[in-house]
Write a protein that binds this ligand. Structure first.
Ligand SMILES: NC(=O)c1ccc[n+]([C@@H]2O[C@H](COP(=O)([O-])OP(=O)(O)OC[C@H]3O[C@@H](n4cnc5c(N)ncnc54)[C@H](OP(=O)(O)O)[C@@H]3O)[C@@H](O)[C@H]2O)c1
Length: 261
């Protein structure tokens, strides 16, 4: 029996993966703000947009369950927002939940040998990172802030190095989840998204099956990235190691400022 931690496991892809791993007889710990109703799952409630909550969860898991065998990162809030939302720790919410939480959990949880981290984001897509406004506060737009956080996750995955832990970035493209339907506020864009989902969208179960295969296929690689079932070219500039180092430096500074609060 393996122990797996799934963030955002109460909905969409995270919940689909939780069902799969529970059915296979594993111990599944789910972290999200609300509790779900999967039989046998262990629910820990936390707002992962707060660094302090990530540290609390890490401490709790280590004390109660010890080292884990897999971390699956799916927590996200895709709902359209017109304005930046600043957390109690003074950080923009999308940056904090979609990137910083993943950075903290990836780097600070204790893992057994031969473990994996699956970061469900959007590798394989080119979009700029604004290093002058990493949190995307100025000229805030929730779709762009989301894309920006995904690029930060590309650099997180590419630069990740921990002995015995492999890192997989996964892009599920368009999946028919509740969260994905709330991405746009504009009614026309909502209709457009509904059409896209109907034409090219995927069901959660199909994506879960693809992810399971990808995890098997990539098992000998310390870092890999996939778009649906196709490997992403790791020489893309979105995985640039220099920019990854720069990001890590800034991230450590952000976290040390938060700790001083
Ligand atoms: N669906 C798509 O089309 C699509 C496309 C590309 C990439 N992705 C990526 O795939 C992953 C899963 O997406 P999805 O559409 O399956 O998600 P979803 O259905 O929107 O579910 C989001 C999950 O995140 C949790 N969550 C939200 N805010 C949280 C917070 N502050 N702290 C802790 N947990 C929080 C939610 O639970 P609570 O509300 O209980 O907290 C829920 O379990 C995400 O990383 C997303 O970026 C999805």
């Amino acid at each position: 029996m393996k122990t797996l931690l799934i963030t955002g496991g109460t909905s969409g892809i995270g919940e689909g993966l939780a069902k799969y791993y529970l059915a296979a007889g594993n111990r599944v710990i789910i972290v999200s703000r609300n509790k779900g109703d999967l039989h046998n799952a262990i629910y820990l409630q936390a707002d992962l947009s707060l660094a302090s909550e990530n540290y609390r969860i890490i401490e709790n898991i280590q004390r109660t369950y010890g080292a884990i065998d897999g971390l699956i990162l799916c927590a996200v809030l895709q709902t359209a927002r017109k304005d930046a939302l600043i957390t109690q720790e003074g950080l923009e919410f999308t940056f904090a939940l979609q990137y910083l939480s993943r950075y903290i959990l990836s780097n600070q949880l204790a893992f057994n040998d031969d473990s994996f981290i699956l970061n469900v984001a959007t590798p394989g897509i080119n979009s700029p990172i604004n290093f002058d406004d990493l949190e995307y506060r100025r000229k805030f737009n929730s779709v762009k802030a989301n894309a920006n956080a995904n690029r930060l996750n590309d650099l997180l995955g590419a630069g990740f190095k921990r002995k015995g832990v492999r890192y997989i970035l996964y892009n599920p493209m368009a999946v028919r989840t509740t969260g994905a339907r709330s991405v746009f506020a504009n009614p026309l864009m909502r209709i457009f998204l509904r059409v896209v989902h109907r034409l090219v969208g995927h069901e959660v179960d199909e994506i879960v099956n693809r992810i399971v295969k990808v995890l098997q296929e990539s098992s000998s690689q310390s870092f890999s990235a996939y778009r649906l079932s196709k490997p992403v070219d790791l020489s893309m500039k979105t995985f640039d190691p220099q920019r990854g180092k720069h990001l890590e430096k800034i991230t450590k500074k952000v976290l040390s400022n938060v700790r001083e609060l």
